[in-house]
Design a binder for this molecule. Structure first.
Ligand code: GLC
Length: 544
């Protein structure tokens, strides 16, 4: 295990990232959709929560077919969210609180309303024709190959006026960019410079592993394991449409540009198994993204043995200089509290904030928004609408932030674009703020603990043996040794301490998070037990 030199630790290694889904964070202009002024008005909340950086899902001009991931102008702000002046104000206000701001960079595709695509599709001779991926039909007149869009259906859309198909990995209105065209690369680098010059602290890069395709666009192999309960995309193995060797050079170029601006950070959205994920760190001499997102906690079953193994496998897969990261929620995934329930959502909070690596916390998970039922007439997500019946709808994790018990939960004065969580009158920020034992209070105390203990922020990690259903690991740094024990089940389990140690202090508990209630059990001995759903952060002392 590599020891981290405390003095040289960049902010993004010690920091915690908070993802904002701008449509659903705070509305300020009574249209039922969140905006930048709204986000600015909630910065004190974020600062008091104890996070370090905010990542905003896309805020650029967009027809909103994929709610902003279909960009019509990379260097502007959608009027629904505000304007560039408002963005600059937001960025200054973020920085004034000692926080950082990351934007979402979506380089794989644009909207079909982007001027580049409008020009590209206007004629085969247009200079921007090659900025996108156009091909003649197959001999039978059908699509050029068998690729399937991630949102279902063929990846190819016929353009009658120019007599060719164009490629789209997602919606037909999200044409894929041709990253083999040098002018596109230059234009995209200019986009990054535009925002870096304005002072943004980095980017989350959307579907980075999709960015370039095999040059000859061969058919993808059939996936023999596919079953009808899986997405249409999974009928094929995306061998030629994703994770191409040439993509790594592009990723390294992004990094070189970011590094030329100082301490900026790049996080890549990459859904691949560990061995292929690790390659996106690049090499020490030619690094790529600082952190390829690690989605294992989102994909894994909630089982101590399985999670223990995935932590071990992930840690083992990292290059020596590669910094880990962990995610338990996003605007694409099911809510963690919906997956594991209220009691285990507290354990999940402790897991996320005590593992080695930068955590990304998704808005609303800090108050445990759980399962939200979206009435059929209010479903908005294109992925859910295009492949109904598979439970793919993403509206469930995009519902507005419930701030308080007032009309529309203080999110807006108008009925929000998506319904609120049904339990918003009691599950909201203000209510949990008042309750020292709420999930929000637990998040606050864990974030503070992480900040005050380098063992948690940058220490090494060692998995330790534990009872059934229990996940346990030690975090160590500069003479401090912490033990995290998490009961992922509903039964009482023994608390097995490593031999040669005894507990000095309980620093945090998922069951009794408030300081007052914790003090009476500050010391525990070896024969103690873990209650159902209990997670503890313990400071250990060596026995003499
Ligand atoms: C990413 C985004 C998702 C979007 C897709 C296409 O996976 O997280 O929300 O639909 O890319 O841009």
């Amino acid at each position: 295990m590599v020891r981290v030199d405390h003095r040289q630790v960049p902010w993004w290694k010690k920091g915690v990232i908070y993802q904002i889904y701008p449509r659903s964070f705070q509305d300020s202009d009574a249209d039922g959709v969140g905006d930048l002024v709204g986000i600015k008005s909630r910065l004190d909340y974020l600062a008091s929560l104890g996070i370090d950086a905010v990542w905003l899902s896309p805020i650029y001009p967009s027809p909103m077919a994929d709610f902003g991931y279909d960009i019509a102008d990379y260097c502007g702000i959608d009027p629904m969210f505000g304007d560039l002046t408002g963005f600059d104000r937001l960025l200054s206000a973020v920085h004034a609180r000692g926080l950082r701001l990351l934007l979402d960079f979506v380089p794989n595709h644009t909207s079909d309303q982007h001027p580049w695509f409008i020009q590209s599709r206007s004629s085969r001779e247009n200079p921007k024709r090659d900025w996108y991926i156009w091909r003649d039909p197959a001999p039978d007149g059908g699509p050029p190959n068998n690729w399937i869009s991630d949102f279902g259906g063929s990846s190819w859309e016929w353009d009658a006026s120019t007599g060719q198909y164009y490629l789209h990995a997602f919606l037909t209105s999200q044409p894929d960019i041709n990253w083999r065209e040098p002018q596109v690369r230059e234009a995209m680098m200019a986009v990054l410079r535009f925002w870096l010059d304005r002072g943004v602290d980095g980017f989350r890069i959307d579907v980075l592993w999709h960015i370039i395709k095999a040059a000859t666009l061969p058919d993808n192999p059939i996936n023999a394991d596919w079953t009808p309960d899986r997405t249409q995309r999974d009928r094929l193995i995306q061998l030629h449409s994703t994770d191409q060797p040439e993509a790594h050079a592009i990723s390294a170029d992004f990094r070189a540009l970011a590094d030329s601006y100082g301490d900026r950070v790049l996080i890549g959205e990459i859904c691949l198994p560990n061995d292929r994920l690790a390659r996106w760190y690049g090499t020490a001499n030619r690094p790529q993204v600082h952190m390829p997102f690690n989605f294992q906690l989102i994909e894994s079953v909630w089982d101590a043995a399985v999670i223990r193994q995935s932590i071990a496998d992930y840690e083992a897969s990292l290059p020596e200089f590669g910094w880990p990261n962990w995610v338990i929620g996003s605007h694409d995934a099911a809510r963690i509290a919906a997956r594991v329930g209220d009691a285990q959502a507290r354990v999940a909070a402790m897991l996320l904030l005590t593992l080695r690596g930068t955590p990304t916390l998704y808005q609303g998970d800090e108050i445990g928004i759980g399962k939200v039922t979206i009435p059929p007439d209010r479903v908005r997500d294109p992925q859910g609408l295009r492949q109904p019946g598979l439970g793919l709808g993403r509206d469930r994790s995009r519902t507005p932030m419930p701030w308080d018990g007032s009309t529309h939960a203080g999110f807006s004065t108008l009925d929000p674009w998506l319904p609120l969580n049904e339990d918003w009158p009691t599950r909201n920020v203000a209510a949990q703020d008042r309750d020292a034992d709420s999930l929000l209070s637990l998040y606050r105390s864990l974030l503070a603990l992480r900040r005050s203990h380098d063992a948690l922020a940058i220490g090494e990690i060692t998995l330790v043996d534990a009872a059934e259903d229990v996940l346990a690991y030690q975090r160590r740094h500069a003479g401090e040794s912490l033990l995290i024990v998490l009961n992922l089940g509903g039964k009482t389990r023994p608390l097995m301490l490593p031999t040669k140690t005894c507990v000095a202090e309980v620093l945090a508990s998922t069951l009794l998070p408030s300081t007052a209630s914790r003090s009476h059990r500050a010391f525990r001995s070896v024969d103690n037990v873990l209650a159902p759903d209990e997670g503890l952060v313990l400071r250990l002392k060596e026995k003499h």
